[in-house]
Each structure stands twice: as structure tokens, then as C-alpha cells.
Design a protein around this ligand. Structure first.
Ligand SMILES: [Fe+2]
Ligand SMILES: [Fe+2]
Length: 275
């Protein structure tokens, strides 16, 4: 931009640096750089993607370039509220994560599963489990999502609900004709028709099969529907009563109650923090 143009169009934008080649080559120009128009305090804030998200991908090559970028005096790493995300309330409740953090597809999947469970006349433990069964995919991590999800909610739900969430991951791979559950077409699409789950998953399934809460988890899989019909909208408040009775919302807010999993909720509040 020439000096003359600059004078005509005053701007608070921070001058862009040359995009490092490593970032450009990895196609990260839009992902890791906060749009300059949103620069806070006259400084760009850049995001270091977490190792779990980029390991094994071209994006992992960006680490050095990002560290170099942060040495510019007008550039800092993201810490705290990311302007690209809605601000969370001081004391977030489960509903806030659904509405302000989870993607429309993830939110819809969870809400529709819970609705189907309710329409099927199932008990509140199953409905509650369905409502949050993929909460880890929605907000944290996909790999091992049953285990992450169960840990996230364990301090706040009945032990049986957390167990059902943990085990649904393994049970999804194995049919149970007694309740009409077949191997998901979605998994054939996602992983190919020849995919076999690893031994530890089979072991988890076989152990869960013998457990007294088996059917609770199995019913999560039965109601784990893959209907992403955009015309179907389910409001979170449809389950306000179930959540009120089955989820012990901490008064300090999720992330701030000092529970063993508070850090996991804080990670969903500020997912882009450098540390
Ligand atoms: Fe799942
Ligand atoms: Fe699911």
C-alpha cells in the first residue's frame, strides 16, 4: 500500500508479514492467522495448532514458522478469548458449550440422538447419555472419543451414564440383533468395508457385553443416528428437564469448579490457547 493510499484510507490494521512459506505450503493461511481486521490491541494473534490435531499432517511443519512469527513485536500467540469464537459466560453451563462451541453438525447429532431416545420411550439415563455421547468429538478430540467424553462428564452424571458413554465407542463396531443393531453403514463409508477394529476395542466390547450396564450403552448405539437432516432442528431446551435432573451443573461453571476434569472444559472454552 502506498503512502498516499494509506493517508486516504486510515486503518487500524496491523501490517501483514510475509506469510512464511511453510505455512503457505501447508495451506494454513486462513487457519492459523487471525484475520488482521480483528487484531486486538493493535497486535495480531496467531494460533499454534495443537500437536494432536496436526501430527502426521503437513500442518505439523508449521511449528517453527509460527514461533518465528511470534517474534514480531506486533504479533503474539493466542491466549484467552479468540474473537473468532463466541464469548462464553463466566460460569458456563452444559448448554453454553452446545450453543457457543459445538459445530451445527455435532450439536444436531447429539440433540437428534437424544430426541430419538426419548421418542423410543427410553429412560433418562439413556437420554442423558445420548445427549452427550459424542461430546468429545464435538468439542475436544475424536480419537478415543468415548473415553474422553466419559471423563468429561463423569463428575456430573450418574456413574452408569459415564460408563455407557465410554463403552459406546467399542459397542458401535459390533452388532446386537436382539435390539436390531447392525454394523453402521456410516462406518463402511468412513473406514471401508474391510476395516476391522483393533484388539483393544474388541476386548472392550467383550468385557462390556458381560457387564450389568451393557444394555444402557447398547441403547446409546441404537439411538446413535446418522441423520444430519438440515430441516430437523432440535433445541437444547427440549432436554432442559432431563439435564436438570441428570447433570449436576457446578455453581462455579464448568471449567472452574476445581474438578479433576475442569481443565478439559477450559480447553473447550479457550481451545486455541498456546498454553
Ligand atoms: Fe460415538
Ligand atoms: Fe454418535
Amino acid at each position: 500500500m502506498t503512502e498516499a493510499t494509506e493517508a486516504q484510507r486510515p486503518t487500524t490494521r496491523v501490517p501483514p508479514h510475509e506469510l512464511p512459506a511453510a505455512l503457505r505450503d501447508a495451506g494454513l493461511s486462513n487457519w492459523i492467522r487471525e484475520p488482521l481486521d480483528d487484531a486486538v490491541d493493535g497486535r495480531r494473534r496467531i494460533i499454534m495448532p495443537p500437536a494432536a490435531a496436526v501430527m502426521g499432517t503437513p500442518a505439523s511443519a508449521s511449528q517453527g514458522a509460527l514461533l518465528d512469527e511470534a517474534r514480531h513485536p506486533d504479533t503474539v500467540f493466542m491466549m484467552g478469548d479468540n474473537p473468532a469464537l463466541p464469548k462464553m459466560p463466566e460460569r458456563p453451563a452444559l448448554k453454553d458449550f452446545f450453543l457457543l462451541r459445538f459445530s451445527p453438525i455435532a450439536r444436531s447429532h447429539l440433540l437428534q440422538s437424544a430426541r430419538v431416545a426419548r421418542l423410543n420411550g427410553l429412560g433418562e439415563k439413556v437420554i442423558m447419555a445420548c445427549l452427550v455421547h459424542d461430546i468429545a468429538i464435538a468439542g475436544l478430540l475424536s480419537a478415543n472419543h468415548g473415553y474422553w467424553g466419559a471423563q468429561l462428564v463423569a463428575p456430573y452424571v450418574d456413574e452408569e451414564v459415564a460408563w455407557a458413554i465410554e463403552k459406546h465407542e467399542a459397542l458401535r463396531y459390533f452388532a446386537d440383533e436382539s435390539v436390531g443393531y447392525t454394523y453402521p453403514q456410516a462406518y463402511i463409508d468412513y473406514f471401508g468395508p474391510d476395516y476391522l477394529p483393533p484388539d483393544y476395542i474388541r476386548g472392550e466390547y467383550e468385557a462390556a457385553r458381560q457387564h450389568r450396564w451393557y444394555m444402557t450403552s447398547r441403547l446409546v448405539t441404537v439411538n446413535d443416528i446418522y441423520s444430519f437432516d438440515p430441516d430437523v432442528t432440535v433445541e437444547f431446551d427440549e432436554f432442559a428437564d432431563v439435564v436438570g435432573r441428570n447433570f449436576r451443573q457446578p455453581a462455579e461453571g464448568l471449567g472452574f469448579d476445581g474438578s479433576p476434569v475442569a481443565h478439559m472444559w477450559r480447553t473447550m472454552i479457550w481451545p486455541n490457547n498456546f498454553l
